[in-house]
Design a protein around this ligand. Structure first.
Ligand SMILES: *Cc1c(COP(=O)(O)O)cnc(C)c1O
Length: 312
């Protein structure tokens, strides 16, 4: 499959908090990869689309909620690379469509509402019912989760211009973090760095996300890392109340960040990650002189799902 060139620069983020402690914070701008196939979603989809193409599949089918960055990325990527696309949507198809679903439709994605319980417990049955007879249909898991997705995310490490002491990502399914751990396990940069000290660190955006520890380890193993254990650290206390939840302190920090820095975060993932990094710095978590990389995993349409909370 003819992939497109990736633009994801490493930009230094200036902030007095980090200057005071002699820390360097760099943002890898995966949000710039594409306006709709954004951030980690392209990295997660790339090799799955390639597999679909190789197997002669023509119709991509997946699952998601009404604000799913994955569905939007899939809809745009399907249109770009000549696939049809359908999605089972959790819950009702409320009219008018929200911004994310409106854009999915613009890219030609068929949206099939699925009752919440069936969505949760019987995804395969849904797929079989609607697409069992269609040998051109190709199933992609919710959020783009797949061992193939790790391979795409591992490439982040190959692109880095220099080594870092910490590499942070927000975690939903943990696939991206697992991919980064995979990249670090095989990376030249890490090998040449004196003490192999780069730490992959994930900020969980769901409450009670302890299960991610096991999920990430399993994903890492199925991605063919020959029995090794992934090295990563999960932070479970920065979810701000749970998935897509927020609180006034967090939202006012987010708005101040946007005004100060001149680029946007999405409140569901990257905002929580950066808020966590700022709080960790305040708590003295980082050794002076540390170089910290935060991956901006994109998903900016998430901001449009929080217009009311942000009082805009
Ligand atoms: C989907 C998404 C994530 C979560 O990635 P996982 O690989 O599921 O952990 C993080 N950030 C953004 C912006 C996303 O859209």
């Amino acid at each position: 499959m003819e992939a497109f060139p990736l633009y994801s620069p490493e930009e230094v983020l200036r902030d007095a908090l980090f200057d005071r402690q002699g820390l360097e914070l760099v943002i890898k701008r995966d949000d710039m990869i594409h306006p709709f196939i954004s951030g980690n979603k392209w990295r997660k989809l790339r090799y799955q689309l390639e597999k679909a193409r190789l197997e002669g599949k023509e119709h991509l089918v997946s699952f998601g909620g009404a604000y799913s960055n994955h569905l939007l990325a899939l809809a745009a990527a399907a249109a770009k690379f000549g696939f049809k696309s359908s999605a089972f949507l959790r819950g009702e198809l409320n009219q008018p469509l929200n911004d994310t679903l409106f854009l999915c439709r613009q890219f030609g994605m068929e949206l099939i509402p699925a009752e919440r319980q069936q969505y949760r417990d019987r995804k395969m049955e849904l797929f079989q019912q609607h697409f069992g007879h269609n040998d051109k249909a190709f199933l992609i898991d919710e959020g783009g989760r797949s061992p193939l997705a790790l391979r795409g995310c591992a490439e982040i490490i190959d692109e880095l211009e220099r080594p870092y002491d910490h590499i942070f990502v927000p975690c939903g399914t943990g696939t991206t973090l697992a991919g980064i751990a995979l990249g670090l396990a095989g990376s030249e940069i890490v090998k040449t760095q004196a003490a192999h000290t780069t730490r992959a660190e994930g900020i969980a955006v769901l409450k009670n996300a302890g299960f991610l520890e096991k999920d990430i380890t399993e994903l890492f193993k199925t991605a063919g890392s020959s029995g090794r254990q992934p090295k990563f650290r999960l932070h479970l206390d920065f979810h701000q109340g749970g998935y897509a939840k927020s609180n006034p302190a967090y939202l006012s920090w987010l708005q101040a960040f946007h005004r100060r820095q001149g680029f946007l975060l999405d409140p569901v993932y990257t905002g929580k990650m950066l808020y966590a990094i700022f709080q960790l710095a305040e708590q003295g978590y980082f050794r002076p002189g540390s170089r910290i990389l935060a991956i901006h995993t994109g998903g900016l349409f998430g901001l449009l799902g929080m217009k009311e909370q942000l009082g805009a």
